[in-house]
Design a protein around this ligand. Structure first.
Ligand SMILES: *Cc1c(COP(=O)(O)O)cnc(C)c1O
Length: 357
């Protein structure tokens, strides 16, 4: 296989062990003689995988007994609707930190009264708004902890006087989280914990059941909690690979260990961006994401952008094109991306700068 360095924003790079075990399970799921693609989800072998996956989520994130974790299809984008359906009665506020946050707000506005409590749209979402007042009469406040497109991140679990709901699609399992502070944490697996096709939702059970509307069965978190994510056919293969990814994470020391590694990786790349005269970062320094590192050509060097793309491609870099709304470059350095991958990108930037000096 061609040797490359993958910085795709999602679906993400996955650990090799997860891929190897997935290949084996495609042939033979746990010695059953049946492929994981054909296994019935009503078997004890599958139950064991489901239980293991649930237990790993709880162990790795120290999820308290007040909360349950479920796995569903439909993508994080469908969760935008779930949130409003299950929690919005009178009024909800959204922190507008980017395209995903905005889409989440739009879905809520289709259901009821929801508004942006603060926004960083004025500077193309390059920072996290701070110092806004949170009214005590909200059903919930919705935040997007990592803004995948802009490379900004809320690094701490905020104290919130109302139920706190967080889209953690792109930074889940990259840092320890005080789960008790959240009514709901959700996200698509494909940014950091598995392949596309499955979402996770960590829900404080007593936060449910407070809305008066009829909630369609499939959109009702209580149904999926009761049925242990098996009300209907779960995304079997995606959950299998997610479980393998979490086993890998546990094996290297869990969330605490990966947090150190992720910080080191991000540090290497941001140091180079700050040092190298050809490049400049786009996100406010204090809000820089440790998952998605966004940068552009520095003023005066803009014309070199295409040349750097071509050069980086030669060096084996995959997926470093920035999102079209930001331009430039984005290196997504999720958990399975190694320090070696990041170092290869850093040397590629250094070599390019030498060529152009
Ligand atoms: C990718 C992403 C989404 C959308 O996820 P889908 O599973 O494609 O619907 C939502 N929120 C954030 C923060 C994302 O990065």
């Amino acid at each position: 296989m061609k040797k490359v360095h993958v910085f795709n924003a999602g679906p993400c790079l996955l650990p090799q062990a997860a891929i190897d075990n997935a290949i084996e399970a495609l042939r033979d799921f746990k010695g059953t003689g049946v492929s994981v693609l054909s296994i019935s989800h009503r078997t004890k072998e599958w139950d064991a995988t489901m239980d293991e996956c649930r237990a790993l989520w709880k162990e790795l994130l120290h999820i308290p007994d007040t909360h349950e974790v479920i796995f569903l299809g439909g993508g994080a984008s469908l969760q935008f609707l779930y949130v409003a359906m299950n929690f919005l009665e009178r009024k909800a506020a959204y922190l507008d930190t980017g395209v995903w946050a905005h889409k989440a707000l739009k879905e809520a506005q289709g259901i009821g009264n929801a508004y942006a409590i603060a926004s960083s749209a004025d500077r193309n979402y390059s920072y996290i708004p701070k110092g806004f007042e949170i009214p005590g009469d909200l059903d919930y406040l919705h935040i997007t902890t990592n803004n995948t497109i802009y490379g900004t991140e809320i690094h701490e679990d905020m104290d919130c006087p109302v139920p706190l709901v967080a889209d953690m699609s792109s930074d889940i399992m990259s840092r320890p989280v005080d789960v008790g502070k959240y009514a709901l944490i959700y996200g698509g697996a494909q940014k950091n914990v598995g392949p596309a096709g499955v979402i996770f939702a960590i829900i404080r059970k007593d936060a449910l059941g407070k809305v008066s509307r009829y909630i369609p069965t499939m959109l009702d978190y209580r149904v999926h909690i009761d049925k242990l994510s098996m009300f209907n056919t779960p995304p079997v293969f995606s959950i299998f690979v997610m479980n393998e990814t979490l086993k890998w994470l546990k094996g290297i020391g869990g969330v605490e260990a990966i947090h150190r590694i992720d910080n080191e990786k991000a540090g290497l790349l941001y140091d180079e961006i700050d040092r190298n005269p050809l490049f400049t970062g786009t996100a406010a320094k204090e809000d820089r994401s440790i998952m998605n590192v966004c940068f552009v050509m520095a003023p005066g060097y803009e014309s070199l952008q295409d040349e750097f793309f071509a050069y980086a491609k030669e060096c084996g870099m995959v997926g470093i094109k920035g999102h079209r709304s930001v331009g430039g470059f984005r290196a997504s350095i999720y958990n399975a991306c190694t320090a070696e991958d990041v170092k290869a990108l850093v040397s590629c930037m250094q070599e390019f700068a030498k060529l152009k000096a």
